[in-house]
Ligand binder design. Structure first.
Ligand SMILES: Cc1cc2nc3c(=O)[nH]c(=O)nc-3n(C[C@H](O)[C@H](O)[C@H](O)COP(=O)(O)O)c2cc1C
Length: 184
């Protein structure tokens, strides 16, 4: 299977996630083209691909504009082939029902904005990359983390991504023997 993997990233964790997904697919003999949505001029026509995975991270309730743009432009082509949305956030690390409902609202806004209803949606916990933040952002993210019982040691970065869970999702997507379930 030829897979197109388009991602948006602001601090880098979604890029790490995209590369993990691509490597996993390649190991299983699939062909993968991984492209940052900010360089979408380099994406060939979607006809060339059997499946598409889109990944983006949440910042103040919104996914990257470049991803929204790409998806909006290709919503019909995405719907014609197996597709999935990897929605990266800090909230995904939490099991709280209210937080989950908040994530749902963000995804619904994304769907309304783009016109694409992903065949499957996976909420994936990202990272707190304190080293990538400027002074104000570091202070803000530390406050947010403290409020939610997250890691507050700003001297290092904290990866919250559940790689085993993501690997399972990728394998199920690649097999496509049964529908990939939403984790929401
Ligand atoms: C300025 C800022 C705003 C964020 N806003 C949200 C948010 O609204 N909801 C959430 O769950 N996570 C939020 N996050 C967490 C990011 O989604 C998380 O750090 C993710 O790993 C970022 O992925 P990236 O490194 O690919 O950009 C925010 C992070 C930053 C730095």
């Amino acid at each position: 299977m030829k897979v197109l993997l388009v991602y948006g990233t602001s601090e880098g964790q979604t890029q790490t996630i995209a590369h993990f997904v691509a490597e996993r697919l390649v190991k299983r003999k699939h062909k993968v083209l991984t492209v940052n949505a900010s360089q979408q001029q380099f994406i060939p026509k979607l006809d060339a691909f059997d499946a598409v995975i889109v990944a983006a991270s949440l910042h103040a309730g919104h996914y990257q504009r470049s991803v929204v743009q790409f998806v909006k432009q290709h919503a019909a082509a995405l719907a014609e082939r197996p597709n999935a949305f990897l929605a990266i956030s800090l909230t995904a690390a939490r099991a709280d029902a209210e937080d989950r409902a908040g994530l749902e609202r963000c995804v619904t806004r994304f769907i309304n904005e783009t016109g694409w209803t992903p065949a499957s949606i996976r909420h994936v916990a990202g990272a707190l990359r304190y080293s990538a933040y400027g002074f104000f952002k570091r202070w803000l993210m530390k406050r947010i983390a403290a409020r939610y019982g997250g890691p507050t040691d700003t001297r290092r970065d904290h990866e919250l991504t559940n790689w085993a869970d993501l690997a399972q999702f990728v394998d199920a997507f690649a097999r496509r023997r049964r529908p990939v379930e939403h984790n929401r």
